[in-house]
Design a protein around this ligand. Structure first.
Ligand code: GAP
Length: 513
């Protein structure tokens, strides 16, 4: 079996080869941690965004969507706490001169301990065969329990030190764990320092009158400052939500792992405004709701888990991540945060404007509490893309590379292939393309043997291929081939649209959530 690093390299090269993701400004050797989406990537990204928007806005009577600007009044970021507290703890290695996030160094160390647990499980599964009970093994094997205990203790201490801003203890922890610089191999570390992640820019024509601005580091604040506008114009009653998708910018220092951590990325966020005191129940409800959304895509229950935060952000009284099993292990995909009234109350204070809701049932006004769900669109893209890419051994001793994207998200839904480039077959195929393209993205491909064309569509992730052959001339039937099972069926030309429509209909995918 290929190791994690090899699998991840394959994901990155496949994304490039098939027009999904390119390094930004590649002809100038690229820009670190900035990426462009190609012709297929843009479609997949749009489909993920739409899948989220439909589930969040269209299917919830009490959630509406907005589209706020990236630039905001600079006081926004003072009020939100980002100017003072949106920092990463950094540490330099004096020998390699490389800079790291101190918390990531510790988390990577913990990931190695967790990998040892996985190894024990694999070994035991082999030893015990069919009678192996993973849960029982995890809760009784002494070696595994020791590893788990070690990992939990380290993460707890890290969380507490960061919470208390005790950066000396973070350094002490790195030293005690014997963490070495991956480049120099030395333990020669500087002190840990805080570094603000916001990008600054200027608004205005001349240097002396220009105003300092920030590129927004989260989309959420565009929702908070519009809370009353939406509530009043939409006559919204608590509980209600405001959703939006859009770009956010962070000067990430440890920007690696492809599109997992970028400097310019897109978020899909929803702020749910609730009555103070009800935050616990809404927190649990949204944790569950969001997990259901993820599971609706059928990417395997075992690939998700919750991770409750030890260290809470400056605005939260509870927070959890939905983690996904990326090629480099379980990592945060989405955050669910109970943000209390921190943001609205702070904007009230800094703006001098009341940001309250009059509750007709209680006959009183209050600053609502907020429950937030926040997912990175690019990170969701990586989850979907990496999970879908598989290399399959086939019966005839060959293999195929197939991108098993959920059909509802696939950039192109169907490829139409005339078996030969003659006898009127291309004309019938083109006619079918012209009909289907009103409903789906369709490609027409007549080059190479049909087997090779199937492989090309497998690799790019097209869920259906429809082949027009000589029998079509006689009885108006075609072959439809399903990407994942490679099964082929003979169906009437007139049925093609209906069969595909059902398989890619968002309603069919989302109705279980
Ligand atoms: N409004 C809350 C907020 O922004 P966050 O946990 O900092 O919370 C939310 O970010 C989500 O945004 C993350 O779960 C992740 O999916 C995505 N995200 C954050 N930083 C990112 C980055 N540098 N590159 C790509 N996605 C990122």
């Amino acid at each position: 079996m290929a190791n994690q690093e090899d699998i991840f390299k394959k994901v990155i090269s496949h994304a490039k080869e098939y027009g999904y993701i390119f390094q930004s400004s590649e002809i100038y050797d690229g820009l670190s941690a900035v990426y462009d989406y190609g012709q297929n990537g843009a479609e997949l990204k749009k489909n993920i965004r739409e899948y989220w928007w439909k589930a969040m806005v269209q299917l919830n009577d009490n959630i509406v969507g907005i589209d706020a600007a990236i630039f905001m009044h600079p006081t926004t970021w003072k009020a939100s706490g980002h100017v003072d507290a949106f920092n990463d703890p950094l540490i330099d290695n004096k020998d390699s001169k490389k800079r790291y996030r101190a918390d990531v160094l510790v988390e990577d160390h913990v990931a190695k301990i967790e990998a040892k647990i996985d190894k024990e499980v694999t070994k035991a599964a082999k030893r015990f065969g069919d009678s192996f009970d993973k849960d029982q093994f995890l809760s009784t094997n002494q070696r595994v329990l020791d590893y788990q205990n070690k990992a939990t203790t380290i993460l707890k201490r890290l969380g507490q030190s960061l919470e208390k801003e005790d950066l000396a203890d973070v350094k002490a922890l790195i030293e005690e764990l014997g963490i070495v610089c991956p480049v120099s191999g030395s333990k020669n570390w500087t002190d840990v320092k805080q570094f603000n992640l916001m990008f600054g820019t200027k608004l205005g024509a001349s240097a002396d009158t220009a105003t300092d601005l920030y590129l927004r580091p989260e989309t959420a604040q565009g929702i908070f400052v519009n809370f009353l506008n939406v509530q009043k114009t939409g006559r919204m009653k608590i509980p209600f939500g405001i959703a939006q998708t859009g770009k956010a910018f962070r000067n990430e220092i440890v920007a690696r792992q492809f599109i997992f951590r970028m400097r310019e990325f897109e978020q899909m966020e929803m702020q749910y405004f609730i009555k103070p005191g009800t935050q616990k129940e809404w927190y649990e409800a949204w944790k569950e709701k969001r997990m259901k959304w993820h599971l609706s895509l059928g990417m395997g229950k075992e690939n998700y888990r919750y991770h409750d935060h030890e260290k809470l952000a400056h605005y939260a009284d509870a927070a959890a991540d939905i983690e996904f099993k990326f090629p480099f292990g379980f990592k945060e995909l989405e955050g669910i945060h109970s943000r209390t009234d921190f943001d609205l109350a702070s904007h009230e204070k800094y703006s001098g404007k009341k940001l309250q809701y009059f509750d007709p049932e209680l006959n009183e006004s209050y600053v609502p509490y907020v429950l937030e769900t926040s997912i990175g669109l690019d990170r969701m893209f990586l989850a979907v893309f990496s999970n879908s890419l598989v290399e399959e051994q086939l019966e005839n001793n060959t293999s195929r590379v197939v991108l098993k994207l959920p059909a509802v998200l696939a950039p192109t839904k169907v490829a139409v292939l005339p078996l030969l480039r003659k006898d009127g077959l291309p004309e019938i195929a083109q006619k079918l393309v012209n009909e289907l393209k009103w409903n789906f993205n369709v490609v027409y491909d007549e080059k190479d043997a049909v087997g090779r064309r199937y492989r090309r569509q497998d690799a790019v992730g097209t869920p259906f291929c429809v082949t027009v052959d000589h029998q079509t001339l006689e009885d108006e039937t075609v072959t439809i081939r399903h990407r994942d099972s490679m099964e082929q069926q003979r169906i009437a030309l007139s049925e093609v649209k209906g069969i595909i429509a059902k398989e890619v209909d968002m309603k069919e995918w989302l109705k279980g959530i």
